[in-house]
Design a protein around this ligand. Structure first.
Ligand code: PFF
Length: 476
């Protein structure tokens, strides 16, 4: 396929289903199954879920549509998409590449834990339920073991991305995504049949807004961006491979619905069973890795073992189809902007990511540098999840609303008038006015309340990095 602004032939998605599966594969990942449940658990449950859903519908959907439209219109990846319109805007793409690098500085660590748990469960972890909690703590703070699993995880990413977009990513997504849905449904049904499980549903779905402060609101906004893979150009890059005849609105709706469905399903898979067993919802990042095995151990027998195995296979697969898109953002920048060959681009970005992951993993054992009492793992997470993605999304909207022309966008989204999108005016005004304003307010309030801990300073540092990116991006 040859694009309008780009004379180079460009890979395209082999089929419509392939695109949906790959984009949903990018969205559905550790964010849904690892991060969503523990963040909801720590942030008071129902109220967090309600605010998260509000952000998904009113911000996430619109930003995703914007990213797909920019990507397909320019036929370029994150940086090129902005640069080809106006060089001054390339910092938004550069920020995206930076976010990709930083998220890949901790994501493969957790992806590695997930693969490790397949092995641990197969080799008898469930037979000593009392030891599961300590075993997780001991495992992630071990200086060597998690690094080996991280390396294996990163290696799998390299294998997929090196084969290129329709060969590798598309095939992986198509086979592995449906498997994940099935596993989560089985696990949820099992959890819901336990006595006392209804308390878990209440925790997830009946909001108590008295527990909400600006921290919770920013956490919900960050979660919406992280989970939908927005704000860093991943969906711009994926959109750039999208054929001109595809219906962008429909694709956006399907990806958003699938991602949100999986997050809610992951919540239903976990909380009812946790409450049934009298466990703690605010268990933190270890929640999935402690509670799920414990839950299946108490269930006992072959079924418990099998479900636990399937769960962690599903988690690993979901993580993999997401991290390949993170890697792809960095790789396609190096290919499109720096003229690198794909294998060179993949290997060189993976080396940087692996180094960051080593810092992140060691920080969990209290080893390595800290900043404001925060280790590398938490710094990378905080910077990207709370600042870069949301602020990136804000700039993407400002770019679309104020720099691109309204009729250009309308043409792109409606395929030159062939697809009807009666809500175009609403979408346009959301993107131009409402979303940038709302993100700015939520981010500022969240940063202010972050000063109660060391987090505020790190978030301000994130803003400074964005400023520097804006200043120097013309050189990159
Ligand atoms: N959406 C992914 C998840 O929920 O795990 C993470 C992610 C992928 C974030 C790609 C951002 C991105 F560009």
């Amino acid at each position: 396929m040859v694009n309008n602004t780009n004379a180079k032939p460009r890979d395209a998605w082999g089929s419509r289903l392939g695109f949906i599966m790959a984009a949903a594969g990018s969205a559905v990942g550790l964010g849904n199954i690892w991060k969503f449940p523990y963040t909801a658990g720590e942030s008071g449950g129902g109220a967090f879920v309600a605010i998260y859903l509000f952000f998904v519908i009113f911000i996430g959907f619109s930003v995703m549509l914007t990213e797909f439209a920019i990507g397909r219109k320019t036929g370029l990846s994150a940086v090129g998409a902005f640069k080809s319109t106006d060089r001054r805007w390339s910092f938004v793409g550069i920020m995206g590449v930076l976010s990709g690098l930083l998220i890949m500085g901790f994501y493969p660590v957790v992806g590695g834990w997930s693969i490790a748990y397949i092995y641990k469960i197969a080799s008898g972890l469930l037979s000593t339920p009392e030891a599961i909690g300590d075993s997780f703590g001991g495992f992630i703070s071990n200086p060597v073991q998690p690094l080996m699993w991280m390396a294996l995880y990163l290696f799998l990413n390299i294998l997929i991305v090196i084969r290129g977009i329709s060969g590798g990513i598309e095939k992986a997504g198509k086979i592995l995504m449906p498997l994940l849905f099935v596993i989560l449904i089985i696990v949820s049904v099992k959890g819901l049949t336990l006595p006392g499980s209804s308390e878990g549903l209440k925790f997830l779905f009946s909001p108590d807004f008295s527990v909400v402060d600006s921290n919770v609101v920013l956490a919900a906004l960050g979660q919406a961006f992280f989970s939908l893979s927005l704000g860093m150009g991943a969906m711009i890059t994926y959109g750039s491979y999208l054929k001109k005849k595809e219906n962008l609105v429909q694709n956006t709706a399907m990806v958003t619905a699938m991602d949100t469905g999986v997050a809610i399903l992951a919540g239903i898979a976990m909380f009812p069973a946790m409450f049934a067993f009298g466990m703690e919802p605010a268990a933190g990042p270890g929640l999935v890795f402690v509670v799920v095995p414990q839950l299946f151990a108490e269930m006992g027998g072959m079924i418990g073992l099998l479900l636990a195995l399937l769960f962690f296979i599903g988690l690993s697969v979901a993580a993999l189809t997401s991290s390949v898109s993170l890697l792809e953002v960095v790789v396609s920048y190096l290919i499109d902007e720096k003229g690198m060959k794909r294998p060179t681009a993949v290997i060189s970005s993976s080396v940087v990511m692996a180094s960051l992951c080593v810092l992140a993993s060691l920080s969990l054992g209290g080893v390595g540098p800290t900043l404001f009492d925060t280790g590398a793992f938490d710094i990378f997470d905080l910077l990207t999840d709370k600042i870069f993605l949301a602020v990136g999304g804000m700039f993407i909207c400002i770019f679309a609303g104020w720099r691109l022309k309204r009729d250009e966008l309308e043409k792109e989204i409606t395929n030159d008038g062939e697809v009807s999108f009666p809500l175009f005016g609403l979408w346009y005004n959301l993107v131009k006015f409402v979303i940038p304003g709302l993100i700015a307010i939520v981010a500022i309030a969240g940063i202010m309340s972050g000063f109660d801990s060391g987090k505020g300073a790190i978030m301000v540092m994130g803003l400074v990095i964005i400023g520097l990116a804006a200043l120097f991006s013309k050189k990159l």
